[in-house]
Ligand binder design. Structure first.
Ligand code: SF4
Ligand code: SF4
Length: 469
């Protein structure tokens, strides 16, 4: 027997007890220092066991803290990633209805600048019909129990006809096949209306994610309209209109200049009459092209080539390879940990900083579809045409085939050796590695963020334990 390589631990403040977690089995327990010592010496200590020690070892084995060998554990890890890749229970399709955007964010060269919107791609109703056919064929082939459709952009609400067409047709297709359908939308919130929600609710709308980039002043500075008008008040008014009709999640993207405004945003949100309706509040870093360390604290990473954030997919909604379509990349360590704790203190649910992956790029049955029908491995690569891995019409060309092969061999975690966070990190965000390191096959490591997450879980567990005692 030996300790699992996926054991992590954190001290419990004001106590000799220790929080133990296994990231592979997800077991979480609070144990005495004796048990931790026993775990640490298990490999060498052949002394006869007391009854208490035997009971402790049984418990540790049962929850995966003790394993037969490193070899069998590695085999189990390989099997886990195969199951993640092939998992057929859920088919997920993220659709970029358009790359157009009605915002003119200063840090984004897309959106309502110059004549960008005139030329930005937009899905046609014909393409949406073909996408619906393609999706139905995927459902028939895979036979999932659940189909998740996410609308994304650009600003997806700028192409409502395509959203309605896909939602209505695919909901009927799923109903006919006994498949549960869930719809989510990632939007800047400016065009969100009660009508949109009421129209989509019968087709399985499960939630809407809206981006607020800081408190009112900061958001208005970061995310204005072309004429410079702020958008914060209108978005909040829209949220108020629909918060009782669907789940609203708030996302925010911070950088060195805006991070300090987030506590004020949390104060504001917690005072709103819809505060208890917010399903989740999560903040993540803006990723830029060159690593800088604003105020010495935030490592900012690349967004996309040629300063083109995601080359079309909305950098703030998508989250810069830190996709809000995925929520896996909340990884800028100290600031993330600080904002997570602040968010919890304000009474909002948020991510725990540990259960972050493996993200959808590791799943064969999660697809992102651009406005022209191109297929991408994840929302973070959408719009970067040379990263397209296929097309819904099945066309093949050398570039797409090469990109597909490149994505199929993704396994950055294999370079992570014995890291205890592999099951929940999988080597980090591939988009960030691609942009920041110039190598999508390299790990993009934010281990300290995971460690901070474990400490937060320890504090929460200790609080719960104390409340029960
Ligand atoms: S690689 Fe994963 S975490 Fe990064 S943007 Fe894509 S889906 Fe999200
Ligand atoms: S990227 Fe870092 S935290 Fe993630 S599995 Fe690899 S070494 Fe661990």
């Amino acid at each position: 027997m030996q300790p699992s390589m996926f054991n992590v631990r954190a001290p419990i403040d004001g106590s000799a007890d220790v929080f133990l977690m296994n990231t592979f089995t997800d077991a979480q327990i609070i144990v005495s220092r004796d048990v931790v010592d026993l775990l640490d010496r298990i490999e060498d200590d052949l002394a006869p066991r007391t009854t208490e020690e035997r009971a402790a070892l049984e418990l540790l084995t049962e929850h995966g803290f003790l394993v037969d060998s490193r070899h069998t554990e590695r085999q189990a890890l390989e099997q886990f990633f195969r199951e993640v890749r092939d998992g057929a229970d859920t088919l997920k399709v993220t659709v970029l209805t358009t790359l157009q955007c009605n915002f003119a964010c200063g840090y984004c060269i897309q959106g309502d600048h110059g004549d960008y919107n005139k030329h930005a791609a937009r899905m046609s109703p014909e393409m949406a019909e073909r996408l619906a056919e393609w999706t139905e064929a995927r459902i028939d082939a895979l036979k999932p129990s659940k189909f998740v459709l996410t609308f994304f952009g650009g600003e997806p609400l700028l192409n409502l006809p395509v959203m309605y067409l896909l939602a209505e047709r695919l909901h009927a297709s799923c109903a006919a096949r006994g498949v549960t359908m869930a719809i989510s939308i990632i939007t800047n919130g400016l065009l969100l209306t009660r009508e949109v929600v009421e129209r989509l609710n019968p087709h399985g709308l499960t939630g809407i994610k809206i981006t607020l980039d800081g408190d009112r002043d900061t958001h208005n500075r970061m995310r204005p309209l072309r004429g410079g008008q702020g958008t914060f008040d209108k978005i909040i008014a829209n949220v108020r209109q629909v918060a009782h009709l669907t789940k609203i999640a708030i996302g925010g993207n911070f950088d060195a200049d805006s991070v300090d405004s987030y506590p004020a945003l949390l104060d504001f949100l917690s005072e709103q009459d819809f505060a208890d309706k917010l399903s989740r509040v999560t903040f993540k870093p803006v990723i830029r092209e060159t690593q800088i360390s604003g105020k010495g604290i935030i490592p900012l990473a690349v967004v996309g080539s040629d300063s083109k954030p995601l080359n079309g997919a909305c950098m703030t909604s998508a989250g810069m390879g830190v996709s809000a379509a995925c929520d896996s990349c909340n990884v800028v360590d100290e600031q993330m940990a600080f904002l997570r704790e602040e968010t919890k203190k304000h009474g909002f649910r948020t991510v725990d900083g540990v259960h972050m992956g493996p993200c959808e790029i590791h799943r064969s049955h999660a697809h992102t579809v651009g406005p022209d029908g191109s297929l991408y491995a994840c929302p973070g690569f959408a719009g970067e045409s040379r990263q397209a891995v296929g097309h819904i019409d099945g066309r093949e060309d050398a570039l797409r085939t090469q990109a597909l092969r490149n994505f199929e061999r993704l396994s950055a975690w294999k370079a992570c050796q014995d890291c205890a966070f592999i099951p929940v990190c999988a080597g980090g965000c591939t988009v960030a590695a691609h942009n920041e390191l110039g190598d999508m096959h390299a790990p993009n490591c934010h281990k300290t963020s995971f460690e901070a997450g474990v400490q937060a879980l320890a504090r929460d567990a200790a609080r719960e334990y104390a409340a029960m005692a």
